[in-house]
Write a protein that binds this ligand. Structure first.
Ligand code: TYD
Length: 335
């Protein structure tokens, strides 16, 4: 699964902190996440960022500013975002194309259609699946900003920042299905909880967007070699939790209930067909959910030393785990 999430908002809204916390949360849940920012996020993009933000460049034309932002964007899309999405990762980007419309379009008054055309050229039309608009009143954002370092863009007046904020609201109204508006004046934790709740919903309702489909395709030779079959033998008590977790992450599996086998009795066998890129995610889910397995140990040693533990009976200990085989799928047929 892949998901392209962006964070937007006026200066000082706190979206950078929120983007980082969200990325950490998703990683802890086993997702492969790429966190990046605009302008920047690549070697070339970071150099462009310096040119844009440097207070030495006071004479920069508005058009130059747009083209520089777009140049950095072209680079990050090609170098970071598209490859990550193609590999089934979640991309969290701190600012993206909406910033250009809000800041250079509504803020500086440049033609919105021209900006959209430039953006399409730079990104090849790649749009986010979900955008968090972290909103704060302009005065609140600017007051927060004054505590940190200032850059060339911070030197704009309050009317400019008000136009930017109002511009964001125009964008939200035009695409309410993509934007989630977040009240950024609240405590960091409260905001993050809101964001996580929305992400849960997005993860359950995966968009089937052709541009984001995983590269693996069962109809091509290349796709066939990339597919793996995970054969997991787990304790029955873990099976339903495990299948629920797999389903939640959009993995395909077949549950075969059985007894005996590797884990004595009470086992379930689960077959999971998975693209190579997502294999680690599947193994992580299996590990995290298989906790019930027990094993008999007989610690009675043949020669007792003073103070050594003595147990006459074998004891059952909780060891957790599962038995997992990962197999290459060489041939796939459907009848
Ligand atoms: P940055 O220090 O990253 O600020 P923030 O933490 O608020 O994102 O500086 C980015 C600045 O660049 C910010 O003021 C918004 C502006 N910007 C644009 O004007 N147009 C754009 O297309 C982008 C990506 C950013």
């Amino acid at each position: 699964m892949s998901l392209f999430i962006t964070f937007e908002g006026p200066d000082g809204c706190g979206k950078t902190t929120q983007a980082r916390l969200l990325a950490e949360h998703l990683r802890a849940r086993g997702y492969a996440v790429v966190l990046t920012r605009e302008p920047g996020g690549t070697t070339i993009g970071e150099q462009v960022r310096e040119v844009i933000l440097s207070t030495r460049n006071r004479t920069m034309r508005n058009e130059t500013e747009v083209l520089l932002f777009s140049a950095a964007r072209a680079q990050i899309v090609a170098e970071v975002i598209r490859p990550a999405l193609a590999a089934g990762k979640i991309v969290v980007c701190d600012r993206y194309a909406d910033s250009t419309l809000a800041y250079q379009g509504y803020g500086l008054g440049l033609d919105l259609d021209a900006l959209r055309a430039i953006t399409r050229f730079a990104t090849g039309g790649l749009a986010p699946d979900l955008t968090f608009f972290v909103d704060v009143p302009v005065e609140v954002g600017l007051a927060r900003r004054q505590r940190g370092e200032t850059n060339r863009l911070d030197q704009k007046d309050i009317e400019y920042h008000t136009r930017v904020r109002n511009g964001y609201w125009e964008l939200v109204r035009a695409e309410p299905q993509r934007f989630v508006v977040i009240d950024g004046t609240r405590a960091i934790d409260a905001i993050q909880n809101d964001i996580r709740a929305h992400i849960e919903r997005a993860l359950h309702a995966q968009p089937v967007d052709a541009a984001h489909k995983p590269t693996y395709n069962l109809d091509t030779e290349e796709g066939r070699c990339k597919m793996k079959l995970v054969f997991a033998i787990v304790h029955n008590d873990d099976a339903s939790k495990l299948t629920a977790a797999l389903r939640e992450k959009g993995h395909h599996f077949t549950l075969i209930s059985t007894t005996g086998g590797f884990l004595r009795e009470g086992n379930s066998t689960i077959l999971i067909g998975v693209e190579e890129e997502k294999l680690e995610d599947v193994l992580h889910i299996v590990k995290a959910n298989c906790i019930t397995r027990t094993r008999y140990v007989n610690p009675m040693p043949p020669v007792m030393e003073p103070g050594e533990l003595y147990l006459a009976q074998p004891v059952e200990v909780q060891v957790g785990g599962a038995t997992v085989f990962v197999m290459d799928v060489e041939r796939f047929e459907k009848f």
